[in-house]
Write a protein that binds this ligand. Structure first.
Ligand SMILES: [Zn+2]
Length: 250
C-alpha cells in the first residue's frame, strides 16, 4: 500500500472531482492520504471530508505564513476537541522565504512552538513545512524535544538534514523531485529508512503549474527507486513501513 503523507485535498481546486481524484489514487495503489490544513477552516473541512472519503486522514495545523494568534488559539481548541479523529498536527513550521520581517518571524516561531507543544500534548506526529528554513526548523524541533516529525518537501542541504536523521525524523518526497536537483541530491544521501512519499497536491507536481494529485506518489516512488538503484517494490515496502513507524496503522 502506498501512502500520500502530505496533500491539500480540501483545496477548492478539487471540489469538482474529489471522488474521482481519490479513485485514481486507489487505482494507483494508494491506501491512505494525509490531508493537511493551512487554516482552521481547512481543518474543519478536512474532518468533514474524511467522513465522506474514508481514504483521507485529517490533520490540523496553522500554515507558517498565517501569523494570527487568535487562529492559533482556535486551532488548539479544535485539535484538542477532535484529537481522536486527527492523525497529525500540520501543516506547521517555519517559512523564511515568504516571511522576512523580524516581528513577523518572532510571531511565526511562537506559533510553531505552540503547534509543537500541541502535537506533544495530543501525541500526534508533526507534519512540517520548512521552506528556506530547513536547518532552522530542524534545530527548533530538536530544542523543543519533538520526537514524531515528518519534514515535508525539505529544501535544505543534506548536511542540514543529518541531525534530523539522527533524531529519527522522516522526510517525505514530492513528485517535483523529477525536476529538482536539490531533492535528488538529498534523497541520494538520506537513508531509505527515513523516507516517505507525498504529493503536496495540488502543487509540487512533476510538471510545474499543472494540478498535482495523490495518484502521483508513484512518480516519487519511481524516482527514489531510480536514484537509490533499488527495485520499486522494495522502496514501496520501505516507505510504507517508515510511514507506519511514524503514524501507526493508517
Ligand atoms: Zn503543503
Amino acid at each position: 500500500m502506498l501512502i500520500d503523507t502530505h496533500t491539500h485535498l480540501c483545496d477548492p481546486v478539487f471540489d469538482p472531482d474529489r471522488a474521482e481524484v481519490l479513485e485514481r489514487a486507489a487505482e494507483a495503489g494508494v491506501g491512505a492520504v494525509v490531508a493537511v490544513s493551512e487554516t482552521v477552516d481547512d481543518a474543519r473541512r478536512n474532518l468533514e471530508l474524511a467522513e465522506r472519503h474514508p481514504m483521507l486522514r485529517p490533520a490540523a495545523g496553522l500554515y507558517p505564513t498565517i501569523l494570527d494568534l487568535d487562529q492559533c488559539a482556535e486551532m488548539e481548541r479544535l485539535a484538542r476537541h477532535e484529537s481522536a479523529r486527527l492523525w497529525a498536527v500540520g501543516e506547521v513550521g517555519l517559512d523564511y522565504w515568504k516571511v522576512k520581517e523580524a516581528d513577523e518571524l518572532e510571531l511565526q516561531r511562537e506559533i510553531f512552538s505552540r503547534m509543537i507543544a500541541l502535537a506533544a500534548e495530543l501525541n500526534l506526529p508533526l507534519n512540517v513545512h520548512s521552506r528556506s528554513a530547513g536547518r532552522h526548523a530542524v534545530a527548533f524541533l530538536l530544542e523543543r524535544n519533538a520526537t514524531r516529525v515528518q519534514l515535508h518537501a525539505f529544501d535544505g542541504k543534506p548536511a542540514s538534514a543529518l541531525p534530523a536523521v539522527e533524531a529519527g525524523f522522516f522526510f517525505s518526497v514530492p513528485p517535483s523531485i523529477v525536476r529538482s536537483r536539490q531533492k535528488q541530491k538529498l534523497v541520494k544521501r538520506l537513508p531509505l529508512q527515513c523516507l516517505m512519499l507525498e504529493t503536496d497536491s495540488p502543487v509540487l507536481g512533476a510538471e510545474p503549474g499543472t494540478r498535482n494529485e495523490p495518484a502521483e506518489v508513484v512518480t516519487s516512488l519511481r524516482t527514489i527507486a531510480e536514484l537509490k538503484g533499488l527495485a520499486v517494490e522494495a522502496v514501496a515496502e520501505a516507505t510504507a513501513e517508515n510511514t507506519r513507524r511514524l503514524y501507526g496503522d493508517l
